[in-house]
Each structure stands twice: as C-alpha cells, then as structure tokens.
Design a protein around this ligand. Structure first.
Ligand code: ZN
Ligand code: ZN
Length: 127
C-alpha cells in the first residue's frame, strides 16, 4: 500500500525533525530562562539590550559546558556577542600563557635595551 510507505518515510523525517526541534528548543529554553532570570545587560561591558538588539545578548556557560544547565541559572552569564567572543578568546590566551610562562624567560629582558637604543639613535640623528 502506497499509504503505508509514505507513512514510514514520513515518520522517519518526523523523527529527524523532532530531534532537530528538540535541540533548538533546549537551546531556546535555557536562553529564555536566562533572559527571564537576569537583567538584559552584558555582564562584561554593561551594555543594555532590548527589542531586536536582544539577539546580540547570548548565554555564556561559566564552566563552558553547554549541557550543564542548572535550573537556578548558576552556570549562566549573559554576555553580548563581542564580550562572549572575548571571554572565550581570553581564556584560551590565558591558558597558552600558563603553559609557557614557567619555562621561558620573561620577554622584558630582551626588550628593555631596544627602546633606549632607538631613542638614542633618534636624538643623535636629529642633533
Ligand atoms: Zn558586552
Ligand atoms: Zn560562552
């Protein structure tokens, strides 16, 4: 029966669609919860968001685990997209520094003479 075949493929696409919808809904749910729970202000730069601008306000997970969504919102922080980017970039940079700083000499030792040398040359050249 053609009706049966169609039903099967319908069910399959239904399952896929459901899975997709659930993923989106889950994302939407914690975002909406966070937006209800916290003032619509970026936790870093303090910008306020409303109306269409609210799209730029995103939910940051403090422990970086998007599956950790406690109902009390303790793992959420509202950040604008720029500060959110920054937050993740900064952490990566900090980690990179932590890995290196202990073994390599501070860059200052090499740097400190150069500015003076350049200044000296500049002063001599002008006189
Ligand atoms: Zn911000
Ligand atoms: Zn984040």
């Amino acid at each position: 029966m053609p009706a049966n075949n169609r039903k099967d493929s319908d069910r399959l696409s239904q399952v896929v669609a459901d899975a997709r919808r659930h993923m989106k809904e889950r994302e939407k749910t914690y975002r909406e919860k966070a937006l209800k729970m916290y003032p619509h202000v970026c936790g870093r730069c303090g910008r306020e968001f409303s109306g269409k601008g609210l799209r730029e306000l995103t939910v940051h997970h403090r422990d970086h685990n998007h599956d950790n969504n406690p109902p009390d919102g303790s793992n959420w922080e509202l950040l604008c997209i720029y500060c959110h980017d920054n937050e993740h970039g900064r952490l990566e940079v900090a980690e990179a520094y932590d890995g290196q700083s202990s073994s390599t000499a501070p860059p200052d030792s090499d740097f400190s003479h150069k500015p003076f040398a350049a200044l000296e040359a500049l002063l001599k050249g002008k006189k």
